[in-house]
Ligand binder design. Structure first.
Ligand SMILES: NC(=O)c1ccc[n+]([C@@H]2O[C@H](COP(=O)([O-])OP(=O)(O)OC[C@H]3O[C@@H](n4cnc5c(N)ncnc54)[C@H](O)[C@@H]3O)[C@@H](O)[C@H]2O)c1
Length: 262
């Protein structure tokens, strides 16, 4: 699955799932622009790709700021040519219910997870309209179900599926495909941060591993590979999909009495 001659923009490309997608796309021939807040990790990722003779650029950009996103995409186009692929992976997780989520937390989560995805699509779509392109939004199993105490995150991730479907329909006739991946638990800094909020972080990893029928959490590359497939022409008849990458998590209805399993 090669991406020679393709230009990709990846938000959240300095860490976790986004970084895995960056590494896969660059290793298979794409010129990749990373958009992220994390400057050290962003530069380090780009340096590694260039050392392997790949093409990469880093933009220190806050995806919740539409002007910054637009400038980064403009500079990508000036350096590499029009954008063919957009991967939206920048995201944040906050905890709270309807009674404990502050206005600021709600606005922060929406502005990064939802508005950021829209701003990136809006900046890249003009390059794709008519000539074709592929957008992959990194959503979540929390786009399709929820946990306790994650109101803003769940709402933002459900909305990302709405964004994905709307974009997919509005631009299908322009040869632009738009899909989402919905990962289960993935071993990234976001998960490590969430686990660190528990007095026993290992118990969080163990519980997450147990709840996936495959019996473990995912590595970022396992999501990155599905992102790459959806971004590639191999997925030429796939659009508007919310593709679970969840080790079977959402397939299982819990609560089977143990006796019925024996
Ligand atoms: N890790 C999981 O278990 C998991 C599961 C399902 C979905 N996801 C989703 O996957 C995506 C990637 O998460 P990850 O687990 O790789 O986490 P991560 O923290 O490793 O990566 C997220 C990246 O987004 C960047 N980012 C955050 N806010 C930004 C902003 N305002 N502007 C620019 N960049 C910003 C961060 O700096 C970071 O590099 C997120 O959208 C997340 O919600 C993660």
């Amino acid at each position: 699955m090669r991406f020679d001659g393709k230009v990709a923009v990846v938000t959240g490309g300095a860490s976790g799932i986004g970084r895995a997608a960056v590494e896969i796309l660059a290793a298979r021939g794409a010129a990749v622009a990373l958009i992220d807040l994390e400057q050290d990790a962003g530069h380090e990722t780009v340096d590694g790709i260039r050392k392997r003779d790949g093409k990469a650029l880093f933009f220190s950009v806050d995806v919740s700021q539409p002007r910054q996103v637009q400038v980064a995409v403009n500079e990508t186009r000036a350096s590499f040519g029009p954008v063919d692929i957009l991967v939206v992976s920048a995201g944040i997780q906050r905890y709270g219910t309807a009674l404990t989520t502050s206005d600021e937390q709600w606005a922060e989560v929406m502005s990064v997870n939802l508005n950021g995805a829209w701003y990136a699509a809006r900046a890249c779509l003009p390059d794709m309209v008519g000539r074709g392109g592929s957008i992959v939004n990194v959503a979540s199993v929390q786009s399709l179900a929820t946990q306790y105490n994650v109101l803003a995150y769940t709402v933002s991730k459900h909305a990302v599926i709405g964004l994905t479907r709307s974009l997919a329909m509005d631009f299908a006739s322009e040869k632009v495909r738009v899909n989402a991946v919905c990962p289960g638990t993935v071993d990234t800094p976001m998960l490590r941060w969430a686990a660190s909020l528990d007095p026993n972080p290992q118990s969080v990893y163990d519980a997450c591993a147990r709840m996936h029928p495959l019996g473990r959490i995912a590595q970022p590359e396992e999501v990155g590979e599905v992102v790459a497939f959806l971004a590639h022409d191999s997925a030429s008849f796939v659009t508007g999909a919310a593709w679970t990458v969840d080790g079977g998590l959402l397939t299982l209805i819990g609560g089977t009495p143990r006796a019925n399993l024996d």
